[in-house]
Write a protein that binds this ligand. Structure first.
Ligand code: PBG
Length: 351
């Protein structure tokens, strides 16, 4: 049998041909199953581990008091009003989850063509940041920078005719990032895919004295149909005119993802992200290998709904949840944004 691998640990006399075939380096001397026999040994040889510290939990917030409103297309996911959101975040923190990402469901009456509610220092997400930081100060709070929750057309940038204009949008994104940083947001996460936004936001944060505020860039964000349930959750689905293919990436590309990540690092990103997650694990792996940056993946709403929906119907066993999550670690991600964060942390704790 020809050598399958030419690896340093292979015995020098490993047989190449049936003629000199001993059993060194092959069955039955080698039995891969020996290391899989007992739980203790399986744990010992595990190459990757998943812990609660790997999770960033995306949390939806909504106006009102005492609200916990189900998201229809994401069973088990709720939108919290700002008076109860900290309670949910505290439970996550208790389980060892280090970070949350807050997303607002904006009242349609506050949406405008120019998305100006994004820059209102008293908007829903800023109030949520203050509520969480006041009650659970040690949790890292992250917020999206993009206009889609605030625009009547549902796009992440400003629209002039049919076009999403880049440079004018940057001016608004800067102001959005500043009000969030001012409210206490620890990590600004530009998810808009405008060119030059990371550098523009970094400069503006520094000039305003927010030199410690981090940027996690949605660097390689694809134009994906897996975002459908999220757009329900934040109420931007009905609004969205057309699609986002002039600014989000083509699912056919990976070299382009490396260029996007490279530019964001140059512009000052502290952490980079690939999104969606499971269908793009090859991109996660290439990004981590190429840059060695703190690299995150977003297991997006559609991935959650697919798995959750199938588990609920009994079509899949709930073990798929942790299996899907460890795939991100295997691909090289340092952590994962997941709507399963709390459920998964509970499962990990239970063992
Ligand atoms: C907003 C944004 C989106 C998601 C995160 N931030 C939707 C989009 O770009 O249309 C998707 C998250 C998910 O599907 O879970 N720019």
């Amino acid at each position: 049998m020809a050598k399958l691998f030419n690896l340093p640990f292979q015995r020098s006399k490993a047989p190449d041909t049936p003629a000199d075939a001993g059993t060194a380096g092959q069955y039955p001397t080698v039995r891969m199953r020996r290391n899989r026999r007992e739980d203790a040994v399986r744990r010992l040889v595990a190459e990757n581990v998943l812990t609660a510290a790997d999770f960033i939990w995306p949390v939806f917030v909504v106006d009102g008091e005492g609200q916990r409103i189900d998201v229809d297309s994401m069973p088990g996911v709720v939108r919290y009003s700002t008076d109860v959101v900290a309670e949910a975040v505290a439970e996550a923190a208790e389980l060892g989850i280090p970070a949350v990402a807050l997303f607002p469901y904006t009242d349609p009456d506050r949406k405008t063509e120019d998305g100006r509610e994004a820059t209102n220092p008293d908007n829903l997400v800023c109030n949520a940041i203050r509520a969480v930081k006041a009650q659970v100060p040690d949790v890292m709070v992250m917020c999206d920078v993009a206009l889609d929750p605030y625009t009547t057309h549902g796009h992440d940038g400003l629209m002039r005719g049919e076009e999403i204009v880049n440079d004018e949008t940057l001016e608004v994104l800067i102001r959005q990032a500043l009000v969030q940083a001012e409210a206490g947001c620890d990590t600004i996460a530009p998810s808009d895919m405008m060119d030059g936004r990371v550098g523009a936001i970094r400069t503006a944060l520094d000039e305003a004295g927010h030199t410690a505020t981090r940027i996690m860039a949605y660097s390689a964000k694809y134009a994906s149909a897996f975002y459908g349930p999220f757009r329900d959750a934040v109420g931007s689905k009905a609004a969205l005119k057309g699609d986002k293919r002039t600014y989000q990436m083509d699912p056919a590309n990976t070299d382009e993802a490396l260029r996007e990540v490279f530019l964001d690092i140059q512009e000052g990103a502290d952490m980079v992200m690939v999104k969606p997650g499971m269908p793009y694990l090859d991109v996660v792996q290439r990004v981590k290998d190429a840059f060695g940056m703190p690299t995150f993946a977003y297991q997006v709403s559609g991935e959650y709904s697919m798995l959750k929906g199938a588990v609920e119907r009994g079509w899949l066993d709930e073990k798929v949840v942790l299996e899907a999550l460890i795939a991100f670690k295997r691909a090289g991600a340092d952590g994962v944004l997941s709507y399963f964060a709390v459920e998964a942390a509970k499962k990990l704790k239970a063992g």
